[in-house]
Design a protein around this ligand. Structure first.
Ligand code: TRP
Length: 327
């Protein structure tokens, strides 16, 4: 389906902007014994803006470090990309990192940014049009976990996936395996993929990255409650929750929670949810890997592992995955 801005919309999202999907997911998550909210709903317009602000925080090293690695190795990273390639980015947001790759790509490639935020896609497209006048940009509105129907003219062209930001770490390793498999299926036409993965490191550096002193990550986490109020018509007192980030070294993951400061009952869509004082709602995980751990996961998903690029401080890694059909 064509969207008025000229972008493609993934069909499932077409009916009422996935509002039912949101309601179901919220009710489902808050009905559990251990309450949770699905992290894919962080990124409404306000959430996407707050996330952009997170990427600029002094404590949030992943974005800065990944950009540094991309700048340093962009030549090598895109060296083998053919002139007729389709570059697909999963969760493209502002497409800032992609610009670094595009500078080194043949001008004839087509860029397909995929994101749930129409406003982020529209802004990125305008900026890229100014910067790369010859580039064809075909945005796709939707979640990259849904099957994507490429326009017929692009279907048979070689594909390269770009999946930066350690977004893969927001899935459990088992879910990441499934996602890596379905991305391999999507990219197998001459496919390669470039994936950004945050590395294991000391707990203090990790916790600071997800609990910044300016409170931007807190605002980002709490925005999901404001979104429930806005879109589902509830009246949650957002100030009655606080943000919490903890590192579980056993599972190698940062956990994000919203903690109810007091005992309260909240009404959402005709249902009532009870919270004890100190009760947590789990909103997000961010798994960290070592380089061999992530390579092992990729191989289990059917990819061949290629080059790995890291920064001097070994904070972050960028992996090249190659489809066996392409090798
Ligand atoms: N992929 C990012 C990460 O795991 C997303 C992220 C950063 C995030 N900060 C967050 C998600 C805070 C939720 C809350 O680093």
């Amino acid at each position: 389906m064509k969207h008025p801005t000229g972008s493609i919309r993934i069909s499932e999202q077409a009916d009422g902007d996935g509002l039912l999907d949101f309601e179901d997911a919220v009710v489902d998550g808050l009905s559990k014994v251990r309450k949770s909210l699905p992290c894919r709903f962080f990124y409404d317009e306000r959430g996407s803006q707050l996330f952009e602000a997170i990427t600029l925080l002094p404590e949030y090293y992943p974005t800065r470090t990944e950009i540094e690695i991309l700048r340093e190795h962009a030549d090598e990273i895109v060296a083998s990309i053919p002139g007729n390639a389709v570059l697909l980015e999963f969760g493209s947001g502002s497409s800032t990192k992609t610009e670094i790759l595009l500078e080194h790509c043949p001008p004839t490639v087509t860029y397909v940014p995929i994101d749930v935020s129409p406003s982020a896609l529209a802004e990125a497209r305008q900026r890229l049009a100014r910067r790369f006048p010859a580039l064809t940009v075909t945005p796709v509105i939707g979640s990259f976990t849904d099957p994507i129907d490429l326009p017929p003219t692009l279907r048979s062209r070689p594909r390269m996936g770009f999946f930066p930001g350690s977004t893969i770490g927001n899935w459990t390793p088992e879910e990441a395996l499934t996602l890596l498999r379905s991305l391999r299926d999507m990219l197998k036409v001459n496919g390669r993929m470039i994936v950004g993965v945050d590395l294991k490191k000391d707990a203090q550096t990790l916790v600071r990255a997800y609990n910044d002193s300016a409170g931007v990550t807190a605002a980002f986490n709490l925005n999901i409650l404001a979104r429930i109020n806005r879109e589902l018509g509830s009246a949650i007192d957002v100030a009655s929750f606080r943000h919490e980030a903890i590192y579980d070294p056993r599972q190698g993951r940062i956990e994000m929670h919203l903690v109810s400061i007091r005992e309260q009952t909240i009404g959402i869509c005709g249902r009532r949810f009870h919270f004890l004082a100190g009760e947590r709602v789990h909103t997000e995980n961010s798994y960290k890997y070592t380089v061999p751990e992530f390579q092992e996961l990729s191989r289990r998903a059917g990819w061949l592992t290629g080059s790995v690029w890291t920064d001097a401080g070994s904070q972050f890694s960028i992996h090249e995955l190659i489809s066996p059909a392409h090798a």
